[in-house]
Design a protein around this ligand. Structure first.
Ligand SMILES: *Cc1c(COP(=O)(O)O)cnc(C)c1O
Length: 257
């Protein structure tokens, strides 16, 4: 075994003994205990985000944080279509990753690129939107982990949403560390993962999703396993039931964390 040492990275990071100990139990994905733990996690995440069911759903998804981001983009946006346009506001590597995903998915997008030493500001975003009335969806990073810059989503997102644009935030390395209220900030979709601020172990991403919007997106994802609509409907129809095999030990660790 490698010698244990202190991880001070954004995630994976050092986890507590109780979080590691929680993984000593083997459960199957259809145990009633396991279903109840999944549901408890989902409802606690909503509470942490200042929202509740049935308006919002905490959709858990197997994979790392990027899987959650890609699932949101693929599920919400049509492909090879000028009917929708994603604006990506980027000031670092994770913002650039969103634009790269949009390219791969053949999603129509326009990018506001800010130097990585500067925050994305409301003035820059609204000026860009004035030039791009075709924008229907907006995505940005809260904490750009690569530089540590905390972008002021609280001044940006309400103004974007007030223009009738769907708002998406990658809050991977801030959710659970910095208070974020989705209603106050007018966030429709927020993505984070098990192994960042909540200090669980890696294995799944989660999306806090505006159900009224998500439920209009049936059949839009070109990927089966990254279909956030289908994943949401699984939890809705069968409480606690993930589609496909879920990371049971990671879920137990997360519940403890
Ligand atoms: C960690 C992180 C991600 C996701 O990275 P994965 O390696 O896929 O978990 C995305 N955005 C931000 C801001 C991050 O800090």
């Amino acid at each position: 075994m490698p010698q244990p040492y202190l991880l001070l990275t954004p995630g994976p990071l050092s986890t507590s003994d109780t979080v590691k100990a929680a993984m000593q139990v083997d459960l199957s994905t259809w145990d009633s205990d396991y279903l109840a733990i999944t549901e408890r996690i989902r409802s606690q995440l909503l509470t942490l985000a200042g929202v509740s069911a049935p308006d919002y759903s905490a959709v858990l998804l197997q994979g790392s944080g990027s899987y959650g981001v890609e699932a949101v983009l693929n599920t919400l946006l049509p492909k090879q279509s000028k009917d929708a346009c994603l604006m990506v506001a980027s000031n670092g590597a994770y913002g650039a990753r969103i634009a790269e995903m949009a390219d791969r998915l053949q999603i129509n997008h326009v990018d506001l690129i800010v130097p990585e030493t500067k925050p994305v500001t409301a003035a820059l975003v609204t000026a860009f939107l004035d030039q791009h009335p075709e924008v229907t969806h907006f995505a940005m990073i809260h904490c750009e982990t690569t530089t540590g810059i905390l972008n002021p989503i609280e001044t940006i997102l309400p103004q974007v949403k007030d223009r009738g644009i769907i708002t998406i935030v990658d809050a991977m390395s801030s959710f659970g560390g910095i208070p974020i209220n989705l209603l106050d900030l007018k966030i429709d979709f927020l993505i984070s993962s098990a192994n960042k601020c909540i200090q669980g172990v890696p294995g799944f991403a989660f999306v806090m999703a505006n159900c009224a919007i998500l439920e209009t997106c049936q059949g839009r994802s070109t990927s089966l396993s990254l279909d956030l609509y289908d994943q949401h409907m699984s939890f809705k129809m069968h409480p606690g039931k993930w589609r496909f095999t879920s990371p049971t030990h990671t879920v137990l660790a997360f519940d403890q964390a």
